[in-house]
Design a protein around this ligand. Structure first.
Ligand code: ACO
Length: 323
């Protein structure tokens, strides 16, 4: 039997503390005006000491399961996309699995930084189509506040914490009636690892490390790579960019979103923008934005939705989903 991966549920959460640009301006040499003009960010959510990637991921996972009307024991594949796991091992997905009480099937993490959720859609889609699972829970969760150098104003103003999750179900392709993940494009180019990375880790320095970034270089790659991924993904699905009802991009910077929109002649009214609220939440950013636009009624059943992201690695990609 041929399977299609159909989106069955969605959920997202942000941590308890909101930190505005003005609050940051009391801590470091920056201003609300500089941050807004360069990035579009107005505030971000930051974890308190008890909140972790797994606690946020668990909360988002429960909402996605509720939305899909499924129980934890129905889930036979859990993937968590994160670059800020609670522990070096075990995988955050297994911690979430245990707390959900879902102890059958497969659980592991994906590390593709800000592209993690889009990479996750590609991996889940391939596994469901191969018959390896029936009901998959994909979580994108990150707590970048824990890896920021709070004395580096060029990076610490950009990021926030959060988590989002979706349930994808393997459905008989004929019964799916055109719904489901239509195409995925996943790419990486490791020669650019140095322009966006964390400067230490378990096997090289024995500390968690801090995020380092060459902002302008990342910016240039982002607009080019994301645009190409969108075009390739549409071509793979036999669709045109104009066919897409909603673009749900990774929320790194409003100027990156504007740059891609200009390059591909996308109507800005079709782009979901939440960067002003959340900042860059890495693997959580796409499902957080998706959830906002679904809850406020913009994204509806029957819509054609494109998800895209680029992140450290460099990694990037796009997924096209017919709801
Ligand atoms: N507040 C005030 N001034 C600042 C701040 C700040 N927070 N940060 C940097 N500056 C200063 C710099 O020190 C510099 O001052 P100088 O001219 O006196 O030397 C000046 O502002 C300009 O700095 P640039 O780094 O050249 O600023 P730029 O216009 O490139 O904007 C930014 C920086 C916002 C990081 C931009 O390069 C960018 O958006 N890059 C994309 C990076 C990104 O989004 N990364 C996220 C991860 S990857 C992804 O998710 C796609």
């Amino acid at each position: 039997m041929a399977f299609t991966s159909v989106l069955a549920g969605l959920g997202a959460v942000t941590p308890s503390n909101i930190v505005s640009n003005e609050q940051l301006a009391h801590m470091i040499d920056t201003s609300d005006q500089w941050i807004r003009e360069r990035t579009g960010i107005e505030q971000r959510f930051i974890c308190d000491t008890l909140e972790t990637t797994s606690s946020l991921g668990l909360a988002a996972a429960k909402l996605a399961l509720q939305d899909a009307n499924l129980r934890p024991q129905d889930i036979d594949l859990i993937i968590c996309a994160t670059s800020t796991p609670d522990k070096t091992f075990p995988a955050t997905a297994t911690l979430i699995q245990a707390q959900l009480g879902a102890n059958i099937g497969i659980a592991f993490d994906i590390q593709a930084v800000c592209s993690g959720f889009v990479y996750g859609i590609g991996v889940v889609d391939a596994m469901l189509k191969a018959g390896q699972a029936k009901n998959a829970l994909l979580i994108g969760a990150d707590t970048f506040s824990r890896i920021l150098d709070w004395s580096d104003r060029g990076t610490c103003v950009l990021f926030g914490d959060g988590a989002g999750a979706c349930v994808l179900r393997a459905v008989d392709a004929e019964e799916a009636n055109g719904k489901g993940v239509l195409a995925n494009v996943l790419r990486a180019d490791g020669k650019y690892a140095d322009i966006l990375n964390v400067d230490s880790g378990a096997s090289s320095g024995s500390r968690v490390g801090k995020l380092r970034m060459e902002g302008q270089a990342v910016f240039r790659h982002a607009v080019t790579n994301i645009s190409e991924a969108i075009i390739d993904c549409c071509a793979k699905a036999g669709k045109s960019v104009d066919d897409i009802d909603w673009f749900v991009p990774h929320q790194a910077n409003k100027r990156i979103l504007d740059g891609v929109a200009r390059r591909l002649n996308i109507d800005e009214a079709k782009i979901v923008v939440t960067v002003q609220m959340h900042g860059n939440t890495s693997a959580a950013s796409v499902p957080l934005a998706f959830d906002v636009a679904k809850k406020d009624g913009r994204i509806k059943a029957g819509d054609l939705v494109l998800l895209e992201a680029m992140g450290g690695g460099l990694t990037w990609g796009a997924s096209l989903i017919q709801l």
